[in-house]
Structures are given as C-alpha cells and as structure tokens.
Write a protein that binds this ligand. Structure first.
Ligand code: NI
Length: 158
C-alpha cells in the first residue's frame, strides 16, 4: 500500500467526469487500498479516485465507526430525501470549511470490492459523505455549492 498524491484546489482534473469501472482487477484493488490509506493519513471521511488523479468511479468512505471503510464502485444515488445543513470540508481544499445543504437521506447502489452489487440507505454524516463523494465523480466540487459567506479558513495544526 502507498500514500498517493492528493490533487488540490485549482487542479483541472477535479472538474472532470470519472468513468465507470468495468473490471475489478488487481490494479483496482491496489488503487482502493491506496485510497483508504491516503484518506486515513489525512484524517478524511471520504475520498474519490479523481482526488488521487484517477478518473474512475470509485469512492472510499470511513466514518471511523464499526462499519470500517466502505468502498463504493460505480455508485448511483437512486433516492434522495429532505435536506440537512452541515459543515463540510474536502481533502482537495485543505483547511477550508463551509456550510452547505445536503440531502438528509440518500439511498445508493454500488458495487463492493468483491464485485457484489449492494444498496445502502444512509442518513446524517453518511448521507452527506455519499452526496459529497458522488459529486466528485461528476466533477462537481463542494466549494461551488456552499452557502455564501460561510467559508472559513482554519489554521492547520502544527
Ligand atoms: Ni471532497
């Protein structure tokens, strides 16, 4: 496993659309392992493959609870319900946080790393994370959706 370089604010790749994964081969498994390691290294709750420079529809999410890291390949949101106003950041926008409206609940379908098609019903932080990470697959960034005037820069810990 290896830490991959994060693509940051201003990098054109972040606004590109990611492509479907057709075969979950060894290369994809390595990418997934590296994405999880990279997310953990930067204390993120989610990471999309595009953020390490790979335009594939792969997302990893970890809420640091008993479910462990979740791997979503070719995920699709099939239902959204309600709204929640939340504080949000992104590993591609270090030290920046803002308020944003996300769906209160989402139902998503995805393929897991064993190739099995799964369905997850999510609310609160998981719904927020799924919504944020799936936006990345479309080249959409949280910064373009934030509630105006709520952006804050937080000094990094030394
Ligand atoms: Ni992000």
């Amino acid at each position: 496993m290896a830490i991959r370089n994060l693509r940051l604010e201003g990098d054109e790749i972040l606004s590109k659309k990611s492509r479907e994964v057709e075969v979950i081969d060894e290369k994809i498994q390595t990418l997934i392992d590296d994405m999880i390691e990279t997310m953990h290294k930067y204390n993120g709750v989610g990471l999309a493959a595009v953020q390490v420079g790979i335009l594939k529809r792969i997302v990893v999410i970890d809420l640091y609870d008993d479910k462990g890291p979740i791997v979503l390949i070719n995920p699709v949101i099939i239902k959204e319900k309600g709204e929640q106003e939340v504080e949000e950041g992104c590993l591609s926008f270090p030290n920046q946080f803002a308020k944003i409206i996300r769906p209160a609940e989402v139902v998503a379908e995805y393929t897991d790393r064993d190739g099995k098609r799964m369905r997850v019903k999510a609310k609160e932080l998981l719904a927020q994370a799924i919504s944020h990470e799936l936006d990345h697959l479309e080249g959409k960034l949280f910064i373009d959706k934030i509630i105006p005037g709520t952006l804050e820069y937080v000094e990094p810990e030394k």
